[in-house]
Design a protein around this ligand. Sequence first.
Ligand code: PLP
Length: 456
Amino acid sequence: MNVHTNDPQAVIDADRAHVWHHLVQHKPFETIDPQIIVEGKGMRVWDITGKEHLDAVSGGVWTVNVGYGRTEIADALRDQLVKLCYFAGAKGTIPGAEFAQRLIGKMPGLSRVYYANSGSEANEKAFKMVRQISQKHFGGKKSKILYRDRDYHGTTIACLSAGGQKERNAQYGPFVPDFVEVPHCLEYQSLDRGEGYAERAVKAIEDVILREGADTIGALCLEPITAGGGIIVPPAGYWQGVQALCQKYDILLHIDEVVCGLGRTGTWFGYQQFGIQPDIVTMAKGVASGYAAISCCVTTERVFDMFKDDTDKLGYFRDISTFGGCTAGPTAALENLKIIENEALCDNSVAMGQRLQDNLLALMDKHKVIGEVRGMGLFQGAELVVDRDTREPLDEKRVQAVVGDCLKNGVIIGASNRSMPGFNNTLLFAPALIATASDIDEITAAVDNALTRVMA
Ligand SMILES: Cc1ncc(COP(=O)(O)O)c(C=O)c1O
């Protein structure tokens, strides 16, 4: 059977017979067709039946930050692939050097870029660095890595070990030792909310440090704004408190920018919204907007220097990622960065993010089911609750019904799902950074109509 788009049913049949899709239960595909996406342009994608969709989640998982169909990225990729597609990362390449320099220019205080392929892999690199620093410099102490409830850092066993989403982790244990959880900082769903919450949230981390012993802890790994865990923007003062804890107890601060990285929140990186200085930053999705697979683990010179020791034959970072040597990644990333810069997409994220938030806030008058709207730039969430006083989360099935209604009507939105038991109740919005006012209004109109129908 040949798979041609002029024979849509053949494509659907091939997909149904042979593709194991990410993150979905396949039983329903016995009676319904899997959706096949065939084309994208700007903010829109078309499926194999010809149906058009406005994509409010940048490729489903907040990736295509510069939008679909960018010929400048494709042209640069073609030219580079013909010239040199690959060489193992023990050596350098022109796009690798050029992109690293441009990237570091956006990250004052950091200086080294380690290339890999996925967000999970970049986080694994960071974890390995922390473990090797522990072995080399602390006699095996300071090996523990703290992570936060509701945060997600990837899909590998080590990343799940650092994952604060219990339903994501379920059935995949046993996990890697020496990953320790600290509490989340979602004030809306915290019993101790109210005056002084940020200080208490920081103190809760300090309590874990004191319980475990600071000399056992090497790093604290956090998302700048928790993404799939419910779009959690930490309360004012939280980040300064976290930075102070890391300094006080000599703990490396590892910020996972896999989602917020490159413009999503309105600054190049999410951490830059809060005036903090991390030691390690990992990034993936928005680095090349999905035009090529690339992730980066970026460190300070201080971290890098801990591996520069030729008296220990095993003392350098003995890590490799075969496809971290593909030139496609940094080539696409360079063009992606130029687009964000030339088209002032960080500014657009701020302006359109404000519109998106204002529109969602306005929906609260009409739809009592929206308990809270929160986010930064073009990264917004709306938490759905049964009752605004008790803040009881809306059932996941009904949250998914809202997503399903929007999809049926040609707008792709997201929601936290199968992540936190009982709390998969936040609608997620992360449109491409090129979104216009009318795109934003179309997204929120679809949500308005979906809530009216689903909650009727
Ligand atoms: C915050 C965060 N970190 C890491 C990852 C893992 O990235 P990847 O799927 O590229 O491995 C994700 C994926 O959604 C993420 O949201």
